[in-house]
Design a protein around this ligand. Structure first.
Ligand code: DLL
Length: 442
């Protein structure tokens, strides 16, 4: 099913015309309404009338997370606060949060876009949708809620957490769709197993997962354990929240709602726009937002665009699932390491659970990489010698891929902390130390 075929399947030529019109009015709007953008445009020597075709977007300055922090809390709004009917915020790990606002019109579009994402994933009016994203400043709960309600599903707004109750409600209410992070879905499956629940006997059939990376192996694991089809959707607070892009039933890339967002891919080092389908950092420009329009926002998410038409009939471009974030990259003894590389090595090893933690520390002048690995009860070795052998085996696989020696520590089943939201896989003690060490003065 396609929620809005007129826009989701619009011929590319017409779509480009629509995008240009919307881009021109967004650029004019921000130039007139936002001191931040006016200064930025002026210093880059560009004026709204310089945007004559979609490629002219490349001449506009980028917006970064740092910019949004500096204008905390309401400096980026382009309407008076009284026209803002909702505020959300993204916590981030350091510094002030990012605050975003929505007008009534923005809320209406947000509901439309999450309705598209939910429909593309396979949800419909007859579904009983259990919302296990948190409601609150995080955009996941309220954002997906609006779309599911719009398509006519029966929404159960449980919010994240209280896992045993989630499972009880799932059974009693006959939940058919679960909405959460992939990590939380795994955790739910684990608790369900402990409670003796056989998910294959429940009506649950579909998972709408987003807000964090879901690797292929994680998807398979969730599909097996919960006996469902698991889909991925993507978004970020600064651009909208959920509703930016989502998988269709082909599960081969996430369709970007291009009538509302322009997407570009740039070289994260140089900021240069990359050719079609190259690998790089995603950059989004909103085309219809009123309270918090955003121009060329650097997401730090690494992916690729797929322009090839999708068998589902949607004409909008797909993005491959986010491979990594530029700011996730760890530099350990001069070697670049992405947590997703470690994940893919671990997931290929028989008996390793999708729960691990990466700890980076500095001992003397030397960086150290330690990986805590959890294995299934069935294969947890009980002899010291077997444990050491297993650890060495994992370490050598990691070394082959990362070109770096890692210390692997096997941990007992269920000891790595579970999450009801986004998984936190990396603890970089080097940063922690740097943050708390006062800067010497004088
Ligand atoms: O995570 C919005 C959202 C909520 C999307 C619910 C989908 C479902 P933030 O908390 O601002 O917003 O985090 C945004 O999370 O830049 C990505 O790095 C990451 N992210 C979001 N969705 C995905 C995904 C919400 N499907 C940041 N795959 C983004 C990989 C994702 N990473």
């Amino acid at each position: 099913m396609i929620w809005n075929p007129e826009y989701e399947c619009m011929p590319r030529g017409r779509l480009r015309e629509l995008q240009l019109r919307r881009l021109q009015s967004t650029v004019k709007w921000v130039y007139e309404q936002s001191p931040f953008y006016r200064i930025r445009f002026d210093s880059a020597g560009v004026r709204p009338h310089d945007v004559r075709c979609l490629d002219d977007l490349a001449g506009l300055p980028f917006t970064t997370k740092g910019d949004l922090r500096e204008t905390y809390p309401f400096g980026m709004l382009t309407v008076p606060l009284e026209d803002v009917v909702r505020v959300h915020s993204s916590s981030g790990t350091t510094g002030k949060p990012i605050v975003v606002g929505y007008t009534r019109g923005d809320m209406n579009i947000w509901g439309e876009l999450t309705a598209r994402v939910a429909t593309a994933a396979g949800a419909h009016a007859k579904d009983i949708a259990q919302m296990a994203f948190g409601y609150g400043l995080f955009t996941g709960g309220f954002g997906m809620h609006a779309g599911l309600e719009r398509i006519g599903a029966t929404v159960i707004p449980v919010s994240a957490g209280n896992t045993e109750r989630q499972i009880m409600l799932m059974k009693d209410f006959g939940t058919t769709v679960l909405i959460s992070t992939a990590s939380y879905a795994l955790y739910i499956s684990e608790v369900g197993k402990e409670m003796g629940v056989d998910f294959s006997t429940l009506p649950l059939r579909l998972g709408l997962f987003g807000a964090e990376r879901m690797s292929d192996s994680m998807r398979r694991e969730i599909e097996d354990r919960l006996a469902i089809s698991a889909t991925d959707n993507y978004g970020l607070t600064e651009v909208l929240g959920p509703g930016v892009s989502g998988e269709c039933e082909e599960k081969n890339g996430l369709h970007v709602n291009e009538d509302h967002f322009l997407v570009e891919v740039i070289d994260p080092e140089t900021g240069e726009r990359l050719p079609k389908e190259a690998d790089g950092e995603l950059v989004f420009t909103s085309l219809t937002k009123e309270a918090f329009p955003i121009i060329r926002y650097r997401t730090r998410d690494l992916s690729r665009l797929v322009a090839e038409p999708c068998p589902c009939g949607r004409t909008n471009v797909r993005m491959e699932k986010v491979r990594a974030r530029t700011d996730d990259m760890l530099i350990i003894r001069g070697v670049n390491v992405f947590p997703s590389q470690i994940e893919s090595v671990l997931m290929e090893i028989e008996g390793v659970e999708p729960h691990f933690q990466i700890i980076v520390d500095r001992v003397g002048a030397m960086d150290q990489l330690k990986v805590l690995v959890e294995v299934t009860e069935e294969i947890f070795p009980d002899k010291m010698r077997q444990i050491v052998e297993f650890q060495n085996h994992v370490a050598s696989r990691l070394q082959t891929v990362l070109d770096l020696k890692a210390k692997v520590q096997l941990v007992e089943p269920k000891t790595i902390e579970r999450t009801t939201g986004k998984a936190r896989r990396v603890i970089d003690k080097r940063q922690i130390e740097e943050e708390i060490t006062p800067t010497p003065t004088g």
